[in-house]
Design a protein around this ligand. Structure first.
Ligand SMILES: O=P(O)(O)OC[C@H]1O[C@H](O[C@H]2O[C@H](CO)[C@@H](O)[C@H](O)[C@H]2O)[C@H](O)[C@@H](O)[C@@H]1O
Ligand code: UDP
Length: 941
């Protein structure tokens, strides 16, 4: 009753005629009765045992009780209270702001007040977990006594403080968070006059941001127990997932953004764009309010970081970060129940009397530029202007909670709003009434519920808003009145309440003014229908459900990731691979080219489409080791690539090695001529139709290109816009599968940024058999091959090359636990061949009819005229001599470069690791040669 009187008085007097006086009077009311209000509010939010905590209540604790240990004990006390109930999952909620802000009352005396904001409201509704909240108490506490007392006071509320000093708050919170990220994520840009200053101070603010995040991480680490779920919140803590995972990679880490995530075009303007994205991606699960925000985030990761976006999330070399939408809700029961409380009913009664004969319109916002308060008020002015009959029949109550008051932009906004309200009240007010009642303060829970319940039209005009819980709370309190919600289409809530609300573009003042008229005149049956729709949503999509879904999804994600990790090959044991190489006498190295022997794309900055990136070039650091290795008579090297002959000639022509171009369809020893190994029945009649399709898509996909090879065509969109490229690829696949070549004997192979069409059955694994046959024949094998190293960034279709050697190994070979293509019965070892010609399946290129491409190649003077030799396996049966392979069980190292889903035995991260490996092999080898001048090696392949 008294409260309502106070509220009424404020509403009545607050005509924006003297803002300074108003703020003063609000403050004095606040401080006189704040204690009681806050106390009640805390009891509401925290349960009945919640009281204002002052230092005096703490008694005179001795040293130990004030320590961190005492705080921890206090948390445990909280847990013990739950005895007899099923054990709840421990949840560490980490957010910039604690649900309470601390106000110092003495050296060791603190008062805790509820923090205002949607994040706090929503998370306080989460009851299913054994939760602790880690965050900043909104105050600088430089002294130890103060810190200890506050830690203890907060512990009783299961809160753990992170102490940030003034300078860091200034740079991190006011600066980087609220002056850079907040406006950017809400599409507001930076204020013109601030732009340069912000650009200059950017780096120091970002450094402070990282430091602050590390401080949060340190506190989490102190309190973390194995099995805890750590849930990081919001744009303040984008660096936290990375810090936490660096500390403990097994920690279950989720991150949730409460604001919008903007289009990648906005995000890419941030100087720290990549670092922030990468840090967030360290989390196991990343959540957003809406599908659109999640989509923007994935798109930023693909466009800015060049990573793979999948329907599940973002993939980086086989590591998946799950990304999904988890729309937040409110604790709707709490609002519905509140309306039964006598005090609230009393409030409602008095408000109704106070505004009898007038329709009540309501705005409840933090005084933030994203909330579109000036736009709302201007639209209301326009409505009054155009509808004089409504002027004395409607009132707008605007609650504008002060927020981030140290940031200059917010200070400017306050003056701007006060000025507009003053002008409109001056224009349309009378001696007894004004059209706008503007309140620069927050209300307690009961007053807020009463206001929601008596409102006829709620007006939410956010220019952008992550969700906007005020709209939900209004709906929850409208069961009897069934008022109308006018809602900005730029609030996340528009996705969930859009059908029942009147959606508006807040920038369109005319539209908002018209919607006010429509809402005020809406017939009861339409109001009823719209309300029911929204009420159903709000009461079924609660904050409890939101948190439970997020945490259970996080748990599932971790189990799935563990399963996936089990399938990832282990890293190549570099030392073992080198040692065994040195011990062996007849080694075979099979090396891919693209992304294996080339420089990693990242090293070039992945600007995309740069001409120097498009040409495949041997990694400069590989020239020397490759030279040494290929000159060693005990080592045979085969470069096995999808590239055509010209590319391999250009890059490897000067080495002494075998080149297998176009997935092994062409082969030559660099001292000899190219020969073809194409199967005789290889049908190439489909080439022209495919070429036609590829030309069509290349023309329509900027920065894509295609290569016409002898036996395949490859369309590559690596440098095109990733999303557009992917859409085009999907479309292209449709054309290929359903178009003129649908019945041709081709394989359509989809790469991560390419589409390749090749004759059916052409794979590197199929080719290696024939290649080895040729090598064996060419050189004459005097001793078995006793070491094979096969490394590549091969398409899944070509991974049969890794498994080619697997059946040759004894069944107890120390292979990876992953499934490999092995025969159930180990076949006989291949036998050494004398090399007679005459395979049944393959014969001379010249002897079969030539395809268009082949004719073209011949016309260009390619020397594809050498004879085809029988395959290795063909010759196995021809000769019953010694074994071709003797890998001694584990002298076989198949190794995928950068592809974690692979049937190779081992993994290397990138071609930089290939450089390291080949250097090691070359250097140690020359060392051995220099120390043993007479190597007793006679056998070569
Ligand atoms: O802590 P402050 O700087 O005072 O700001 C208050 C909160 O504002 C933002 O709230 C957002 O979260 C709501 C719940 O998810 C959502 O409905 C709303 O649209 C957002 O603006 C901010 O994201 C929080 O971190 C702040 O605590
Ligand atoms: O005087 C007030 C005004 C608002 N709120 C609460 O502040 C939150 C605002 O959340 P919203 O999601 O609408 O926006 P945010 O402020 O988080 O951007 C809501 O839960 C309101 O109940 C409050 O407690 N007292």
């Amino acid at each position: 009753m008294k409260n309502l009187g106070k509220l009424q008085a404020v509403l009545q007097d607050n005509h924006m005629l003297g803002n300074k006086e108003l703020r003063k009077s609000n403050r004095s009311i606040h401080s006189n009765e704040e204690g009681r209000d806050s106390s009640r509010l805390q009891a509401e939010l925290f349960g009945n045992d919640a009281v204002i905590i002052e230092g005096d209540n703490l008694g005179s604790p001795h040293e130990e009780e004030l320590s961190e240990g005492a705080a921890t004990r206090a948390f445990l006390d909280g847990c013990e209270r739950q005895e007899g109930q099923p054990l709840k999952q421990r949840l560490l909620v980490v957010a910039n702001r604690l649900p309470v802000s601390a106000v110092r009352r003495g050296e060791d005396s603190w008062q805790l007040e509820i923090s205002v904001g949607g994040l706090v409201s929503a998370l306080l509704g989460v009851k299913e977990f054994d939760a602790r909240w880690i965050g900043w108490a909104g105050v600088n506490v430089p002294d130890e006594i103060g810190q200890k007392a506050l830690t203890k006071a907060l512990a009783e509320k299961r809160c753990i403080p992170v102490f940030l000093d003034e300078e860091i708050v200034h740079q991190y919170y006011n600066g980087y968070c609220n002056n850079i990220l907040w406006p950017l994520f809400h599409y507001l840009g930076l204020p013109q006059e601030d732009r340069l200053a912000t650009t200059r101070s950017f780096q120091s603010q970002f450094d402070a941001y990282k430091r602050a995040n590390q401080m949060f991480a340190d506190v989490v680490n102190q309190h973390y127990e194995e099995g805890d779920v750590v849930w990081c919140h919001d744009y303040h803590l984008m660096f936290l997932p990375k810090c936490l995972k660096e500390y403990n990679s097994n920690m279950k880490v989720g991150w949730f953004l409460h604001t919008p995530f903007p289009s990648s075009e906005i995000h890419r303007t941030l100087p720290s764009r990549s670092e922030l994205l990468r840090s967030v991606l360290a989390a196991d699960l990343v959540g957003f309010h809406t599908y659109d925000y999640a989509r923007h985030f994935v798109s930023a990761c693909t466009r800015i970081l060049g990573l793979e976006g999948t329907p599940e999330g973002v993939e980086d070399q086989g590591k998946l970060t799950r990304v999904a939408a988890f729309p937040i809700g409110i604790d709707s029961d709490r609002f519905v129940r509140a309306l039964e409380i006598p005090q609230v009913q009393e409030h409602m009664k008095e408000l109704k009397e106070r505004f009898a004969g007038r329709k009540v319109m309501l705005g409840v916002d933090r005084l933030d530029m994203i909330k579109g308060i000036p736009q709302k008020i201007l639209a209301f002015e326009k409505f009054l202007e155009e509808n004089p009959n409504w002027r004395d029949k409607v009132v707008l109550l605007q609650i504008a909670v002060p927020t981030r008051t140290d940031v200059p932009e917010y200070q400017k906004l306050t003056s701007q709003v006060h000025e507009i309200v003053g002008r409109i009240n001056g224009r349309f007010g009378t001696l007894t009434a004004v059209p706008i009642h503007h309140l620069d303060r927050s209300l307690d829970f009961h007053a807020l519920c009463a206001l929601y319940a008596v409102t006829d039209v709620a007006l939410v005009t956010s220019l952008r808003d992550g969700m906007n819980l005020v709209s939900y709370e209004f709906v929850a309190c409208q069961a009897s009145k069934k008022g109308v919600l006018i809602l900005s289409e730029f609030a996340g809530a528009a996705q969930s309440l859009g059908a029942g609300a009147i959606l508006v573009n807040p920038w369109n003042i005319t539209e908002v003014a018209a919607s006010i008229g429509y809402a005020l005149n809406m017939p009861a049956d339409e109001r009823e229908k719209r309300h029911q729709h929204n009420f159903m949503y709000v009461t079924t999509h609660t904050s409890q459900e939101w948190a439970a879904t997020f945490v259970s999804e996080l748990n599932d994600t971790i189990v799935e990731a563990q399963l996936r990790t089990r399938q990832v090959p282990p890293l190549l044991p570099m030392k073992e691979a080198v040692d065994r190489y040195l011990e062996s006498n007849n080694r075979l190295l099979i090396l891919g080219f693209n992304a294996t022997l080339t420089e990693p794309l990242g090293a070039l900055g992945r600007r995309g489409g740069q001409i120097r990136e498009m040409e495949l070039k041997l990694h400069p650091d590989l020239k020397e080791p490759l030279k040494k290795l290929s000159d060693d008579p005990k080592t045979t090297i085969v470069v096995l690539s999808g590239s055509d002959r010209a590319v391999l000639d250009e890059n490897f022509g000067d080495f002494h090695m075998w080149l297998a171009a176009e997935n092994g369809m062409f082969l030559r020893l660099t001292t000899g001529e190219w020969m073809t190994t194409m199967p005789e029945n290889l049908n190439m009649e489909w080439v022209d139709s495919v070429k036609h399709v590829f030309e069509y898509f290349t023309e329509r996909t900027p920065r894509s290109h295609f290569e016409l090879r002898e036996t395949s065509l490859v369309w590559n969109y690596k440098y095109a816009d990733v999303e557009f490229g992917r859409l085009q690829a999907r479309d292209m696949l449709q054309h290929l599968w359903t178009g003129p070549i649908s019945n041709a004997s081709v394989d359509v192979v989809q790469g991560s940024r390419s589409v390749e069409v090749r004759a059916v059955g052409v794979t590197k694994g199929a080719a290696i058999d024939r290649i080895l046959g040729e090598i064996v024949h060419n050189k004459g094998l005097k001793a078995p091959i006793d070491y094979v190293l096969c490394i590549g960034h091969f398409l899944p279709k070509d991974e049969d090359v890794y498994t080619f050697f697997e059946p040759e190994l004894p069944s107890e070979a120390p292979s990876t636990p992953r499934a490999t293509v092995t025969n159930s019965v180990t076949p006989p070892m291949p036998k050494f061949s004398a090399g007679k010609g005459g395979s049944k399946s393959f014969r001379l290129n010249k002897q079969r009819s030539m395809s268009t491409l082949e004719k073209k190649a011949n016309n260009q003077g390619s020397s594809t005229n050498a004879a085809w030799r029988p395959t290795w396996r063909d010759r196995m049966s021809l000769h019953e001599g010694s074994s071709v392979l003797d890998l001694k069980g584990d002298n076989y190292f198949s190794c995928s470069v950068g592809r974690k889903r692979s049937s190779a035995r081992y993994l290397l991260g990138s071609s930089d690791d290939v450089v390291t490996l080949l250097k090691e092999l070359a250097e140690h080898n020359s060392l051995i040669h220099s120390t043993s001048p007479d190597p007793s090696v006679s056998s070569t392949v």
